[in-house]
Design a protein around this ligand. Structure first.
Ligand code: ADP
Length: 162
């Protein structure tokens, strides 16, 4: 059975992430979407909120499981019995960092490979950061995230502002 882990911050999940989840899950028996906790960036949403939003938008895909983890993705992948780590490549700017991570991970666990997915062109410019920035100025983010996520982003930004 081939399992893959798709790690990330998902703060919040975007249509770009969802596209990768749909494509990756069709290639493996099980895809574990793994929300990184305690990362260096201060997230807008708590780990639990990010996990719940991902569960909400991936509920229609039976072989997707959502979890959270701390520490190294490659160790989480090993503990999950995964052969692959999934990552998305949006532009050349992602490439250098992603290549370095993939090579580091292989040096730690040579039995786990990284699978890169070229981003669907219409989502290539979308990032969680851009979503938060546009929403913080009251802009329309309905093209970037599913409707229930957009609602959560506006709600959260309003509550953070107080
Ligand atoms: P991280 O903090 O690990 O980069 P992200 O949640 O930003 O976490 O991204 C997780 C993964 O999803 C990364 O591999 C990233 O390249 C990919 N990704 C981010 N945005 C998109 C997008 N719009 N389309 C496809 N892949 C994306």
């Amino acid at each position: 059975m081939a399992t893959a882990v798709y790690p990330g911050s998902f703060d919040p999940v975007t249509k770009g992430h969802l596209d990768i989840i749909e494509r990756a899950s069709s290639l493996v028996d099980e895809l574990v979407v793994a929300v990184l906790k305690n990362n260096a960036k201060t997230p807008l949403f708590s780990t639990e909120e990010r996990v719940n939003m991902l569960k909400d938008v991936t509920g229609h895909i039976p072989n997707v499981r959502v979890e959270s983890f701390g520490g190294l993705s490659v160790e989480f992948a090993r503990e999950s019995g995964a052969k692959f780590i999934v990552r998305g490549l949006r532009a050349v700017t992602d490439f250098e960092y992603e290549l370095q991570m993939a090579q580091t991970n292989r040096s730690i666990r040579p039995e786990i490979d990284t699978l890169f997915f070229a981003t669907e062109l219409r989502y290539a410019y979308i990032s969680s950061t851009i979503v938060k920035e546009v929403a913080s100025y009251g802009g329309d983010i309905s093209g970037f995230v599913p409707p229930q996520i957009a609602e959560k982003v506006y709600e959260k930004l309003a509550s953070v502002r107080g």
